[in-house]
Design a protein around this ligand. Structure first.
Ligand SMILES: Cc1cc2nc3c(=O)[nH]c(=O)nc-3n(C[C@H](O)[C@H](O)[C@H](O)COP(=O)(O)O)c2cc1C
Length: 169
């Protein structure tokens, strides 16, 4: 039996090279919607999003990370924020942000797009907020780079369950 969610989980890889094909805004909205449908504590939905396709803005954001080439070459970026005014518990709100981002990566996979979660750019999150015209009420969690995959050669590995399972009682 094929289970689409499991297929997406196992097939998804971080994709860092893209074709020049433009992503339709409807697809980007679908990805944000998948993020919004993640669980959150008290259903507080603390996440906020910025969709970026403007080449000038992408160029400025590229200067804020070691992964400049990914940011520049991606057709779209989605910056994922926590709204500080909407948070109620730091740990739980950050966990919610992670669930939201993973939902978005799986949605991208389902839509046959390539995506990668960019975290290194957080070291310059204040500059990113300046570029995007956002106050420090918004705390950057990740930038997701998106595009149509240039290839599907990306490999990854995981530790065996036996290395990770602490106990079976
Ligand atoms: C919190 C977090 C931060 C990450 N930051 C970056 C990043 O800045 N640049 C990058 O190329 N990949 C980044 N990644 C992607 C990881 O490198 C990738 O998920 C990991 O190597 C496993 O590969 P896979 O996603 O293809 O299975 C990040 C992933 C996470 C969860």
């Amino acid at each position: 039996m094929k289970v689409p969610v499991l297929e997406a989980i196992y097939k998804r890889r971080s994709i860092r090279e893209y074709t020049e094909q433009k992503i339709a805004i409807e697809k980007l909205h679908e990805i944000v919607k998948a993020g919004i449908w993640a669980p959150s504590g008290l259903n507080n939905q603390p996440w906020r999003f910025v969709i970026i396709q403007d080449p000038g803005v992408k160029k400025k954001l590229a200067q804020q990370t070691h992964y400049a080439h990914i940011v520049r070459d991606a057709n779209a970026l989605i910056a994922v924020y926590l709204s500080k005014d909407d948070m109620y518990d730091a740990v739980k709100d950050h966990q919610s942000a992670g669930a939201c981002i993973q939902n978005m990566l799986l949605a991208a996979e389902a839509l046959e797009l390539g995506a990668v979660w960019l975290g290194q750019i957080l070291k310059n999150k204040d500059e990113v907020n300046n570029i995007l015209g956002l106050s420090d009420n918004f705390d950057l969690m990740a930038v997701i780079a998106l595009g149509y995959p240039l290839h599907h050669n990306q490999e990854s590995r995981r530790k065996e369950i036996s290395e990770l399972l602490l106990k079976r009682i």
